[in-house]
Unconditional design. Structure first.
Length: 367
């Protein structure tokens, strides 16, 4: 298996990097933080114009019809730039609707034109029972801190239906919906959404939930990879310049070890993520790989984020300095789709239920 980007994929990543670099300088990020805007709306329009919001959506539905490899290349650049736009949520939701829902072409078409789609998988990872239930064709319950839940007109949400979890498409302008807007610490707008006997537009069939969950895990890990890469780069640059006792603090063995540990964690996740993305594009089963990547991604973001803040000292908590944003992003990404402990437990259960080595050797040796 070859995890290297092709020339076309690399060109796609370079185009995304150039776009994000124009709109995500430190000064422009500070402006966004102070603006109160729900997301970077000007940048979003440029992403829509460039087709970056439609990478995973089938061509027949108006998308680019590309794979997770191209998505990884773009999201890694988004993470490095801290570009606050809903790229992965928009197209994972739209692609799922196009693949698994019947008669919802208008919703997908609107999403391809840039109209926002909200996505929430909270019920799929709830530890104390889901707070949202599907009873017949109506929703009852509440979702918390849904990204862009106030700005979107339609949402794709996970809900409990008896002993199962289903993906449900619902209008956020329907009867029985109420929303309370808020702002997450990484300056992305969120909303608590309550449903009181709200009619649904569609219930997605097949393996829709598994597909969306695996794609979401790969997307979040790709973002985390980019965030951590830039966070480490800036931190290494800082410890190489910051002096204590007449020498750069980067020459202290403890600090060197912390930087090395962060780099090792980042490269370990890159390897696991590359295999997950390759399997997704190849249409191969990837349940254990997805759980492993999610656990690694959470550990990577939180550990490296804490170390970066620590070695920056007082500068790490100065909101006029840039490094705090990376920690905010790390924590926000780690809060999605369950904790590392949840995914390690799920991985352990999967291994207990699949106690042969076949899952490791399901490919011909020449691949």
């Amino acid at each position: 298996m070859d995890f290297q980007l092709s020339e076309d994929q690399r060109a796609f990543a370079d185009m995304a990097q150039s776009l994000f670099a124009d709109y995500c300088t430190d000064d422009k990020l500070r402006e966004h933080d102070a603006s109160g805007q729900p997301f970077m709306q000007d940048l979003w329009q440029q992403c829509v114009a460039a087709g970056l919001h439609s990478i995973l959506v089938p061509e027949a539905a108006g998308g680019l019809g590309l794979g997770m490899s191209e998505m990884l290349a773009v999201l890694e650049q988004q993470g490095r730039a801290l570009a606050q736009v809903p790229l992965w949520q928009q197209q994972v939701a739209a692609a799922a609707i196009a693949r698994f829902a019947q008669g919802q072409d208008a919703v997908v078409q609107s999403a391809m034109e840039g109209e926002l789609l909200a996505l929430s998988l909270q019920a799929a990872v709830a530890t104390r029972g889901p707070a949202l239930e599907l009873q017949g064709e109506r929703l009852k319950g509440q979702l918390q801190a849904v990204p862009l839940g106030e700005q979107a007109r339609v949402a794709l949400v996970a809900a409990a239906a008896g002993d199962e979890i289903k993906l449900v498409l619902v209008s956020l302008q329907a009867d029985g919906v109420s929303r309370v807007a808020g702002m997450r610490e990484d300056y992305c707008a969120v909303a608590d959404i309550s449903f009181r006997n709200t009619p649904v537009l569609a219930v997605l069939g097949g393996r829709a939930l598994d597909w969306v969950n695996e794609m979401a895990i790969a997307c979040l890990a790709s973002l985390q990879q980019g965030v951590t890469q830039e966070q480490l780069r800036r931190t290494v640059e800082y410890v190489s310049e910051r002096k204590q006792f007449d020498r750069p603090i980067g020459t202290f063995q403890l600090v060197q070890g912390q930087m090395a540990d962060g780099y090792i964690l980042m490269q370990a996740q890159r390897s696991a993520l590359s295999q997950l993305v390759w399997r997704l594009d190849a249409g191969l089963p990837c349940t254990p790989q997805a759980h492993a990547v999610r656990a690694q991604s959470n550990e990577l973001g939180l550990k490296v984020g804490r170390v970066a803040q620590h070695v920056h000292g007082g500068m790490g908590v100065d909101v006029t300095y840039h490094i705090h944003r990376f920690m905010f992003w790390c924590r926000a990404l780690a809060a999605e789709l369950g904790s590392a402990e949840q995914h390690l437990q799920a991985l352990g259960q999967w291994l207990a239920d699949n106690d042969t080595l076949g899952w490791k050797y399901d490919l011909p040796e020449d691949r």
